[in-house]
Ligand binder design. Structure first.
Ligand SMILES: Cc1cc2nc3c(=O)[nH]c(=O)nc-3n(C[C@H](O)[C@H](O)[C@H](O)COP(=O)(O)O)c2cc1C
Length: 187
């Protein structure tokens, strides 16, 4: 059975990262890519990029509706090799940190944690208030990995695409998915 990866895209700034992840994951035939887009993510895509939701969704093996809490990712019996929430809004971080399974993204994240599977939260906000920081701590303590969307410069990016791909590659590293999206330090 190919590995399944679940990518949830929420309404934080930076849907560009989700496009890069969807392209990289969708191009592999050893993976199934399942995608959920929040309603806010659709708005943010339109407001801050030239992408459309389809630039993410067309790479999916299956797309699940955020409102469909009966979709496969809502159950722990539906196995996967990791869930990425990218970008992850502070609203979704709060919902996940507090076990609020009120939409499919939050429910799938809750299930991922309860099953002891890998959950990567690519949080994006600045500056952070104490609530955000406490929610990150709670999510981390519950087993999630917090991978803030904070671009580095040590690889000397020449373009926004370089910066986006660097973070996308580091996210895939978290799931142990080989990728050549960026040049590693020392290479
Ligand atoms: C253009 C735009 C950019 C936004 N950027 C962020 C952000 O970087 N971080 C964040 O936490 N919320 C951000 N928001 C607010 C979220 O979209 C909002 O809290 C929403 O309810 C999140 O819902 P979701 O987590 O279900 O996607 C942004 C909203 C807009 C319209």
């Amino acid at each position: 059975m190919p590995k399944r990866i679940l990518l949830a895209v929420t309404g934080a700034s930076g849907p560009h990262y989700a496009v890069a992840l969807a392209r990289a994951l969708g191009s592999r035939n050893d993976l199934e890519l399942h995608i959920i887009l929040s309603e806010a993510a659709r708005q943010v895509i339109a407001l801050e990029s030239d992408f459309t939701p389809d630039d993410i969704l067309r790479h999916a093996t299956a797309v699940h509706d955020e409102k469909n809490i009966a979709a496969p990712p809502a159950s722990g019996s539906w196995q996967h090799a990791g869930m990425i929430v990218c970008p992850c809004s502070m609203a979704s971080l709060a919902a996940i940190a507090h076990g609020m399974g009120t939409n499919l993204i939050h429910r799938a994240a809750d299930v991922t944690l309860k099953e002891g599977r890998k959950l990567v939260l690519v949080t994006r906000e600045t500056p952070l208030n104490l609530i955000h920081i406490k929610n990150m701590l709670a999510a981390k303590e519950a087993g999630a990995d917090i991978v803030p969307a904070s671009p580095g410069f040590y690889h000397r990016p020449k373009s926004i695409e370089d910066m986006v791909n660097h973070l996308a590659g580091r996210i895939l590293d978290q799931l142990g998915i080989e990728n050549a999206l960026f040049t590693r330090w020392g290479e």
